[in-house]
Each structure stands twice: as structure tokens, then as C-alpha cells.
Design a protein around this ligand. Structure first.
Ligand SMILES: Cc1cc2nc3c(=O)[nH]c(=O)nc-3n(C[C@H](O)[C@H](O)[C@H](O)COP(=O)(O)OP(=O)(O)OC[C@H]3O[C@@H](n4cnc5c(N)ncnc54)[C@H](O)[C@@H]3O)c2cc1C
Length: 253
């Protein structure tokens, strides 16, 4: 248990009945959020969403993550829930996974067989299913050093509840060869990239027409699902709107 926000809700609904619950909040080594130039950002498993949102280093170098966590849930939940818990919960509507995957890095895992690292892009395997053995613990997230020319943003649509009906995290490293990641949350059982839309942004001249084309391609290529929150058609529309907003924001800075 990190913050316990998700775990206790699942336990109250009898969706999880663990024989033992181990509260890791008191482990001092897991409370550190540290940015090291040339290496990146290390976030311990007990760092809360509020602490991430308030960090100057996160605001300066990892804008998409700052925007994702500062709009998640409400101030009370942000003060208790951890970023690692938000990722490990792996429910489709949470906000940090698309931002973390767009920014890139690793999940540091520890257990009886020692330490290992899992690429953030491979960590969520399915809804409530992560690349972690039952006897292992996530100790840190480590985001790669952010190049100075990177622009990133997170946009979501939540229709009244806090959870995302659809979201996008966009990261663009400007330069002669643009590096682009567009990662969608809330639209399917796991976060999804649109490699097709990324190609349009990486190769096209920056213009209104390019942004519209990328948004159109994203809405065609991202496999959206229907559920109690929204239909797949509506989500495809949101993908188009949110991609347009995100790319305009990235290129206007
Ligand atoms: C009313 C409400 C509104 C919400 N709105 C939003 C929202 O808008 N956006 C959003 O993103 N989220 C939202 N949430 C979800 C909430 O943010 C998550 O439940 C929370 O971030 C989970 O973090 P936690 O630290 O409380 O995790 P916990 O509840 O402690 O754990 C969640 C799961 O992760 C596992 N876990 C935790 N830490 C570790 C670790 N170090 N290693 C391995 N496994 C671990 C636990 O075993 C458990 O299975 C909302 C929740 C509620 C109740």
C-alpha cells in the first residue's frame, strides 16, 4: 500500500482481499524526489501526486507530468495518493501513465531476486495488470534526462467526474529530426501510442494543416472502446480534439 486511495477502495468493494497489507509510507528512502542534470528525475514510491505537482524540476523539465498530476482527482487525494500507486493501479482512466510513457524512463523494481528495471512503455500489460511479480515492489520511477528543446503537455476530457474519458500526453523534442510521442489514456484498456500520428508530426512542416492531419490520423489509428463512460465513436472524436489542443500547445511555446 502506497497512499491506499485505490487499494482501500478496491478492498471495500471486495474486489481485492489481500491476506496482509504492508504500508510502505514510512520508508524514508522511498520519499525522495530528485532531479540530477545529465541523469534525469528519480521519484520514490512514497512521493505523493501533490509533491510531484509542486516540484520545480517537474514543472521545468517534465511539463506533461506536472499537468497530468496537478489535475488528477482533488487536493485531498493528491495529498495522499502516490505517483507510483497511480501507475501500479493500472486502471485505464488514471492520468499519470500516458505522461510517464510519453516522457520515457524506467520503473525500478526490487525483490528477493534483486533489483531490475522495466521500460515504462512495457510496464502496464493490461487493465490492473503490471510487469511485477507478487513478491516484488516498485521502489522508484526514473525519468530520462529531458533535452532542453523538448516541449510536452497533457490534455484530458473528464465530463464531470475526475477520471479521464480520454487523455493525451504529447512530447516533442524539437530539432532537425523531431522526436515525437503521442500517448492516449482512457480510450482503451491500456495507454496507446499512435505511431502513425507521431510520424506525421515528426516529418511535417509545422502548420495548422499538419496539426489537423495528425489529429485526424490519430483518431483513425487509436483503437477506442465503448464503456459506461462513453462510446468508441465519442472517444475517437475526443482523440481528434485533444490531439489538436496538445499539438497547438506544444508548438506555440
Ligand atoms: C474519487 C476519486 C477520484 C479520482 N480521480 C482521479 C483522477 O482524476 N486522475 C487519476 O489519475 N486518478 C484518480 N483517482 C485514482 C487515484 O489517483 C489512485 O487511486 C491513486 O493515485 C493510487 O495511488 P495510491 O498511492 O493511493 O495507491 P494504493 O491505493 O496504495 O495502491 C494502488 C495499487 O498499486 C499497488 N502499489 C502501490 N504502491 C506500490 C509499489 N510501490 N509497488 C508495487 N505495487 C504498488 C497496490 O498494491 C495497489 O494494488 C481517483 C480516485 C478516487 C477515489
Amino acid at each position: 500500500m502506497g497512499g491506499g486511495v485505490g487499494l482501500l477502495a478496491f478492498m471495500k468493494e471486495r474486489l481485492m482481499s489481500p491476506a496482509h497489507v504492508i504500508d510502505i509510507k514510512g520508508i524514508r528512502e522511498l520519499k525522495e524526489l530528485k532531479y540530477t542534470s545529465g541523469i534525469g528525475l528519480s521519484i520514490g514510491a512514497c512521493v505523493t501526486l501533490a509533491e510531484v505537482a509542486q516540484s520545480d524540476a517537474v514543472r521545468q523539465h517534465y511539463t506533461a507530468l506536472q499537468e497530468a498530476v496537478s489535475r488528477a482527482a482533488d487536493p485531498m487525494i493528491r495529498g495522499r495518493a502516490t505517483l507510483v500507486g497511480n501507475l501500479c493501479e493500472a486502471i485505464p482512466w488514471v492520468d499519470s501513465p500516458p505522461a510517464l510513457i510519453a516522457l520515457g524512463g524506467v520503473v525500478r523494481v526490487n525483490g528477493p531476486r534483486g533489483e531490475r528495471e522495466v521500460d515504462l512503455g512495457n510496464f502496464i500489460k493490461g487493465p490492473v495488470d503490471i510487469e511485477l511479480q507478487p513478491d516484488e515492489l516498485v521502489t522508484h520511477l526514473v525519468l530520462s534526462e529531458s533535452p532542453p528543446s523538448r516541449r510536452s503537455t497533457f490534455q484530458k476530457f473528464s465530463a464531470g467526474s475526475e477520471f479521464s474519458v480520454a487523455s493525451v500526453a504529447a512530447s516533442v523534442v524539437l530539432g532537425r529530426r523531431r522526436e515525437v510521442r503521442l500517448v492516449y489514456g482512457g480510450v482503451s484498456s491500456t495507454p496507446l501510442r499512435s505511431l502513425e500520428a507521431e510520424k506525421v508530426v515528426a516529418e511535417g512542416e509545422v502548420s495548422e494543416a499538419m496539426i489537423q492531419k495528425a489529429a485526424h490520423v490519430a483518431s483513425r489509428s487509436v483503437q477506442c472502446v465503448s464503456d459506461v463512460l462513453a462510446s468508441a465513436d465519442y472517444r475517437r472524436h475526443l482523440v481528434q480534439v485533444l490531439t489538436t489542443k496538445a499539438l497547438k500547445r506544444v508548438f506555440e511555446r
